[in-house]
Write a protein that binds this ligand. Structure first.
Ligand code: MLT
Length: 264
C-alpha cells in the first residue's frame, strides 16, 4: 500500500538506504515519471519520491498552489521521514519547486538536479496560456489537457518509437484532478523570478535537458548553467521534455555520476 503522510495527504515512495535523493515531478505528472531512476539508484541511495499536491495519489485541494507552499509540503515530508539533507531533483514544475525549496532552506540541500526546467517566471503570453489551459481543464477536463500537452511533452522519436511511454504519460496526465490542474497552473503563473537566485546557489548542480525539448528548450538551461557557479550541463539525445522516461539510461548514468562525485 502507498504510504501517506496525512498532514498534507501526500503519497510518496521512500526506498533504499544512504544519502537521500528527493525526486520532484513536473506538471501534470506524478512520481511515476521517476520509476526508472528509483529502480536504478535505490541500491545505493535513499530515494524519496512524493506526488505533489494535486497530482498522482496525493490530495487535490481547491485553490492556488504557490511553489513555496509545495516546497513547504516537501519540507514537512522530509521532517516526517527524519531526512535532514537531500539532493533535490526537480523536473520542470518540480524545478520551480526545487528553487523555492532552496530559497527557503538552502542548508537542507546537498545538491540540485534541474531537469528540463527554467529560472525565468512566466511572461504575459505565458500567463495568457495558463488562463486558457485553466479554462480547458474546467470545461473539458484532464483528458483534454493531456491530449493537448502530450505532443509537446515528448519527442517525435518517443511518440513514434515508444508508444508505451506515450500511453503511460497520457494516462498519468489524464488522471490528474481538475482542482490539481487549476491549482498548479495558477501557482506556476504566479511564481517568482528565480534568475536572481541562480548566482547564490552554493551547491553542486546538474542540469539536464532533452535535446528535443520544445517546452523548456536548451537556452533556458544555458542560462542556468551560466549563472549557477558549480554547475554541469548535459544534453540528453533524442529526448523531449521528459527524459526520465524517454531516455532513462542516459538520465540514470548522469545522475549516478553526479551523486558519486558529491562531497560526502
Ligand atoms: C512541466 O512540465 O512541469 C510544465 O510544462 C512546466 C510549465 O508549464 O511551465
Amino acid at each position: 500500500m502507498t504510504p501517506r503522510f496525512e498532514p498534507v495527504g501526500m503519497a510518496y515512495d521512500d526506498v533504499g538506504r544512504g544519502h537521500a535523493l528527493l525526486l520532484v515531478h513536473g506538471f501534470p505528472l506524478s512520481r511515476r515519471i521517476w520509476r526508472p531512476q528509483i529502480e536504478a539508484l535505490r541500491s545505493r541511495y535513499r530515494i524519496v519520491a512524493p506526488d505533489l499536491r494535486g497530482h498522482g495519489e496525493t490530495e487535490a485541494p481547491e485553490g492556488v498552489y504557490p511553489m513555496a507552499e509545495m516546497a513547504a509540503d516537501l519540507r514537512r515530508l522530509l521532517d516526517h521521514l527524519g531526512v535532514e539533507t537531500a539532493v533535490v531533483a526537480g523536473h520542470s514544475m518540480g524545478g520551480y519547486v526545487a528553487f523555492a525549496f532552496y530559497r527557503a532552506l538552502p542548508e537542507r540541500v546537498r545538491g540540485l538536479i534541474l531537469v528540463d526546467t527554467r529560472a525565468e517566471p512566466d511572461n504575459e503570453r505565458g500567463r495568457r496560456g495558463r488562463a486558457e489551459m485553466i479554462r480547458l481543464a474546467r470545461e473539458r477536463g484532464a483528458e483534454a489537457v493531456a491530449a493537448e500537452m502530450l505532443p509537446r511533452l515528448l519527442s517525435e522519436e518517443t511518440l513514434e518509437g515508444k508508444p508505451e511511454v506515450a500511453d503511460e504519460v497520457y494516462q498519468i496526465m489524464a488522471a490528474t484532478p481538475v482542482s490539481g490542474l487549476v491549482g498548479a497552473l495558477q501557482g506556476m503563473a504566479d511564481r517568482p523570478d528565480s534568475v536572481p537566485l541562480l548566482k547564490q546557489i552554493a551547491v553542486p548542480t546538474l542540469i539536464l535537458v532533452g535535446e528535443k525539448d520544445v517546452l523548456t528548450p536548451l537556452p533556458y538551461s544555458d542560462r542556468m548553467h551560466a549563472d549557477i557557479p558549480e554547475s554541469h550541463l548535459q544534453l540528453i539525445p533524442r529526448s523531449g521534455h521528459l527524459p526520465s522516461l524517454e531516455a532513462p539510461e542516459a538520465v540514470n548514468d548522469a545522475i549516478r555520476l553526479f551523486l558519486q562525485q558529491l562531497p560526502k
